[in-house]
Write a protein that binds this ligand. Structure first.
Ligand SMILES: [Zn+2]
Length: 264
């Protein structure tokens, strides 16, 4: 792939890295990544992926910008309170890198649209803020055979892992770790329990890094490993996670065959 003069300058710090180079940058420009949620995680994630030159970024979020979002959702702005988050994200990304094609969808990811949507991308990064969506994304990525970089956070704690359970070998899915969603109300949401805004930056940037590594096929990915970040202790912990042979989604006697359980 031939780069323009502007591209050579914009991506110079990537291209000079032996692990990326011109070939790697071409891979990024050709890549299609779907980000679920333009919130705390999605903000830094989308901004770094756009800056990196990921050619096509899908963003799906049915929410509108609220004043209480701005403490951590840095892709949005005070002047955009009330605007669809997907549209607000598109505006910011176009400013960062107009080369990136943004496919903004101001709708909710559902059992009806998830498979078709996800199958159109090379990779999904989940930055959603609720368990229903997190399990839906996990199941849909498994059926569509699309790798998933998933992160979550609350208060001062965050976690991140990558899932490609559709592959042979010891690649677990999210349900191998947490089989069923917790009962509603058991785990509080960020609006109920609070969250340190900058934590979203840490986790979202980690997520962006893992997405770029997956596209570039460099380094050690996070499939089979869960990173736990404790911001108050300022400590990272890496936990090995294995495929659960009895997993209802990816196990030998799987009971989940489609997304019908997600249709409410
Ligand atoms: Zn599984």
């Amino acid at each position: 792939m031939e780069f323009t003069e502007a591209q050579l300058r914009r991506y110079a710090r990537h291209i000079i890295l032996p692990e990326v180079g011109g070939i790697g940058q071409s891979k990024l420009l050709a890549a299609r990544v779907l980000v679920v949620g333009a919130g705390g995680l999605g903000s830094p994630l989308l901004m770094y992926l756009a800056a990196a030159g990921v050619g096509t970024l899908g963003v799906i979020d049915d929410d509108r910008v609220d004043l209480s979002n701005l403490q951590r959702q840095i892709i949005h702005a005070t002047s955009r309170v009330g605007m669809d988050k997907a549209e607000s994200a598109r505006l910011t990304l176009a400013e960062i890198n107009p080369e990136v094609r943004v496919e903004a969808r101001a709708e909710r990811l559902t059992a009806a649209n998830a498979l078709d949507l996800i199958a159109g991308y090379d990779l999904v990064a989940d930055g959603s803020d609720n368990f229903a969506t997190r399990y839906l994304v996990n199941d849909a990525c498994y059926f569509a055979r699309v790798p998933l970089v998933s992160a979550a956070m609350l208060r001062f704690d965050g976690q991140i892992a990558t899932f490609k359970a559709y592959r042979e070998g010891d690649h677990p899915c999210y349900r191998c770790l947490f089989r069923e969603p917790p009962r509603p109300g058991l785990i509080p949401s960020c609006s109920e329990a609070g969250i340190l805004g900058a934590l979203a930056g840490t986790l979202g940037a980690l997520q962006a890094t893992e997405v770029l590594k997956e596209i570039l096929a460099i380094g050690d990915g996070l499939s089979g490993r869960l990173i736990l970040y404790d911001a108050l202790a300022a400590s990272f912990q890496t936990v090995r996670v294995k495929r659960d042979p009895d997993c209802p989604l990816c196990g030998a006697r799987a009971t989940i065959a489609d997304l019908s359980a997600h249709a409410a």
